[in-house]
Design a protein around this ligand. Structure first.
Ligand code: DX5
Ligand code: ZN
Length: 226
């Protein structure tokens, strides 16, 4: 199956107005977002706490595109069913979240979701090699996970290139998460990425009352990505 590798912009609602998730999601999709990226954090795997399955279920009816759930949690397995029931299209688990990533990815597939694996900046691309025939997406963290608005880690460009070479013509998205802006977006795409998660660079300067700013920011990212 050939994969549509046109660049997709996936705003992270970590940077949205937490008091207006439904309106914010409708706004970014109306302004050109291709996917909606949901950064789930447990205060254990990462030093921040965000959204549970109940919030994901509440926002699901407002998402017309793709609900891309990134689980920055450990352990993962006890929660897969709940995020699948909440309506996730993709569920991505961190390879570092426990000793049994192969079983975790099997469980995500069994729950009926598309399967993603995420790697932190300290994890080499080669760690994903044994998993390539189980996944639909690799999320390459270009910041240390936990917060939006951090600086892009340039050394991850080599990891993206390595993954692109490993993946070959398999139908696997390469998603970049962290510090994506008009400067780093073209570097990521040139290295082989096709899904760009962007929080601060999409939401910066906009609001539900000024959603056109989101459109300007998304268009600028798409133009920069080439
Ligand atoms: C980190 C998060 C961020 C975020 C993107 O754990 O996953 O990467 O959503 O935020 P920005 O685009 O602001 O770096
Ligand atoms: Zn993320």
């Amino acid at each position: 199956m050939t994969l549509d590798r046109t660049v997709k912009i996936a705003p992270s609602i970590l940077s949205a107005d937490f008091a207006n998730f439904g309106a914010e999601i409708r706004a970014i999709e109306a302004q050109g977002a291709d996917w909606v990226h949901v950064d789930v954090m447990d205060g254990h795997f990462v030093p921040n706490l965000t959204f549970g399955p109940a919030l994901c279920a509440a926002i699901r009816p407002h998402i017309k595109t793709v609900m891309d759930v990134h689980l920055m949690i450990a352990p993962v397995d006890p929660y897969i069913e709940a995020y699948a029931k909440a309506g996730a299209d993709f569920i991505t688990a961190h390879i570092e979240a426990g000793p049994h990533i192969h079983r975790t990815l099997q469980s995500i597939r069994a729950a009926g979701c598309k399967v993603g694996v995420a790697i932190n900046p300290g994890t080499p691309a080669g760690a994903v090699a044994p998993l390539l025939d189980m996944i639909d997406l690799v999320n390459v963290m270009t910041v240390n996970p936990g917060f939006g608005g951090q600086k892009f880690i340039q050394s991850q460009l080599a990891t993206i290139r390595d993954l692109r070479a490993m993946i070959g013509d398999r139908a696997i998205h390469i998603e970049i998460d962290g510090g994506v802006d008009t400067t780093t977006a073209p570097l990521c795409v040139a290295a082989g990425a096709d899904v760009l998660v962007a929080g601060s660079s999409v939401f910066r300067g906009g609001s539900v009352d000024a959603p056109e700013v989101y459109g300007t920011n998304i268009a600028a990212l798409r133009r920069a990505a080439g």
